[in-house]
Ligand binder design. Structure first.
Ligand SMILES: Nc1nc2c(ncn2[C@@H]2O[C@H](COP(=O)(O)OP(=O)(O)OP(=O)(O)O)[C@@H](O)[C@H]2O)c(=O)[nH]1
Ligand SMILES: O=P(O)(O)OC[C@H]1O[C@H](OP(=O)(O)OP(=O)(O)O)[C@H](O)[C@@H]1O
Ligand SMILES: O=c1cc[nH]c(=O)[nH]1
Length: 482
């Protein structure tokens, strides 16, 4: 494993196993191929429960579930996330608020009551609240009194619709319906002895209990329920944070990821033809490497190539296709699709040429045209050279350039393609990073153009370089940066 990727591994474990791999933001920006015959792949929903599922529908909040054993530090992790997401509206909903409240008979024999069993919570009510919040409605959350083991009968907390909803609690991953409402699941993983020590302190100081009763409850209910219900739900986590709130690096990474997703989502909502490939920590790790100014040229090229390949594959998914049936070696019919045949690549020289190999590797014998544009500041674009397939107007065009900054080079290239008779909707612009300025510039002018990128960055600086960006891509890729 390359040296640089280790940092991520020791701050948090990317969850792995049969149910998941790495960080998942289900359905966030995915676009599976349409099943209809010759229509292009649509930007469409994954599951109905996933946030931001429909780019054209109303904006849905981003739901984060935070689970972990008792006193693992869930509240601290949530507070830190909320603090760092200060430029977004965030609400915290605690599963504890949905404790059922004990009947008088149960209260009399409280020592026999299992507060750690899933049945202790009113999950239907919790589900209803989160569903409403996801639809932008405000809700009334009950107030639970840990000393009286009762809900307040006359007061509640009003929670308003927000950009981000954080749902925390020991069993928030237990019920599949609740899990399905989450875009990101975090498990706070703290040693059992540390948790027990914290619990004794908290329950004696804040909840008016004596040490013996705390230990008794722990042995009788808390630990068995942890083993039976909480620990088995860890496998659903997208991210596992060892050491809880002390793990600042993990929390910073998570917050950065949420920031990126929220920012990208805004642009993707405005321009439904902008597609960001679905992020995983693997992809984020590759971006971390190519953006690092200390990386060797060899590694820069290696990881850029890997990312380019992913963007190209994703871009090809937006081409139209037709239905096709084949017979498998078992003699059965398989109904699939046939790739679009009339396509070509066009690279913007010189950086765009770095994407040609990936395109050739995916589409055997594909024709690739070239456009050379001289870049000078934020305007002053000048077309210097072009060589394109003669029948380009009949083809779908994959336009290649790893960086979309001001959008001027792309605009110039797209204009030329349109002049040559290529319909705007037949152009798919593939790049590694896009600045919001470039996206606005191209999408406003060419609303039917599709853009497929792997990350949307924050902005451009006064020198029209992408920030944080990756510097001059061409110089770094072709080794002319020294
Ligand atoms: N004795 C008693 N225990 C309760 C009652 N209600 C909830 N609990 C306990 O509260 C625990 C749930 O809260 P925790 O996850 O520990 O609390 P938290 O403050 O969110 O924990 P962290 O933020 O992770 O430190 C369960 O383990 C229950 O045993 C109650 O009325 N009486
Ligand atoms: O969106 P814009 O503001 O037009 O900037 C993007 C252009 O800048 C880079 O090329 P550059 O001019 O650095 O040339 P190179 O590919 O030869 O390195 C990049 O490859 C794009 O073509
Ligand atoms: O930041 C930038 C802007 C344009 N082109 C690049 O390669 N990088």
């Amino acid at each position: 494993m390359p040296e640089e990727t280790k940092a991520i591994d020791y701050v948090m474990e990317a969850a792995s196993g049969p149910h998941f791999s790495g960080l998942r933001l289900d359905g966030l920006l995915s676009s599976p191929p349409s099943s209809s015959s010759s229509s292009p792949a649509h930007r469409s929903s994954a599951s109905p429960s996933s946030a931001f599922a429909d780019a054209n529908g109303p904006r849905q909040p981003f739901v984060i579930g935070v689970s972990g054993g008792t006193a693992s530090g869930k509240t601290t992790v949530c507070d830190m996330i909320i603090q760092q997401l200060h430029d977004h509206r965030v609400v915290l909903v605690s599963q504890d608020s949905f404790y059922r409240g004990l009947t008088p008979e149960e209260s009399e024999r409280v020592h026999e009551y299992n507060f750690d069993h899933p049945d202790a919570f009113d999950t239907e009510q919790l589900l209803d609240c989160i569903k409403k919040l996801k639809c932008g409605q405000s809700v009334h959350v009950p107030i639970y009194d840990f000393k009286q083991h009762r809900r307040s009968s006359d007061s509640f907390r009003q929670v308003n619709a927000s950009d981000v909803i954080i749902l925390e609690g020991i069993l928030v991953f237990h019920d599949q319906r609740v899990r399905n409402l989450m875009n990101m699941k975090i498990f706070v993983d703290t040693d059992a002895d540390v948790r027990l020590a914290r619990r004794i302190r908290r329950d004696t100081v804040e909840r008016g209990r004596d040490v013996n009763s705390v230990l008794e409850q722990y042995a009788k209910f808390v630990k068995p329920a942890f083993d039976d219900f909480v620990l088995p739900s860890k496998k659903y986590a997208d991210v596992i944070i060892p050491r809880g709130g002390d793990n600042h690096v993990a929390i910073d990474l998570i917050v950065q990821h949420i920031h990126t997703k929220l920012g990208q989502h805004d642009l993707c909502k405005i321009y439904p033809n902008v597609y960001v490939i679905q992020s995983t920590f693997q992809i984020r790790g590759m971006h971390t490497l190519i953006r690092d100014r200390e990386i060797s040229k060899h590694d820069f090229v290696f990881y850029s190539d890997r990312l380019i390949r992913l963007v190209v594959e994703h871009g090809l998914g937006h081409l139209p296709f037709t239905e096709k049936q084949v017979v498998t070696p078992t003699g059965s019919a398989y109904t699939g699709v046939d790739f679009c045949k009339k396509l070509c690549g066009v690279s913007i020289v010189r950086s765009g040429e770095s994407m040609e190999n990936a395109l050739r590797a995916c589409c055997k014998g594909i024709k690739i045209g070239k456009i050379l544009i001289h870049r000078d500041g934020d305007n002053g674009k000048q077309l210097i050279y072009e060589k394109l397939p003669k029948d380009i107007s009949e083809r779908h065009v994959l336009l290649l350039d790893p960086v979309l900054a001001t959008g001027n080079s792309a605009n110039q290239a797209i204009e030329l393609l349109i002049q040559k008779g290529v319909p705007e909707s037949h152009i798919i612009f593939l790049n590694l990073i896009s600045a919001p300025e470039g996206i606005h510039c191209c999408c406003k002018r060419f609303p039917s153009l599709k853009i497929v990128t792997s990350e949307i960055d924050a902005s451009l600086n006064e020198e029209f370089r992408v920030i944080p960006g990756m510097g001059e891509f061409g110089d770094r890729y072709f080794g002319t940066d020294d």
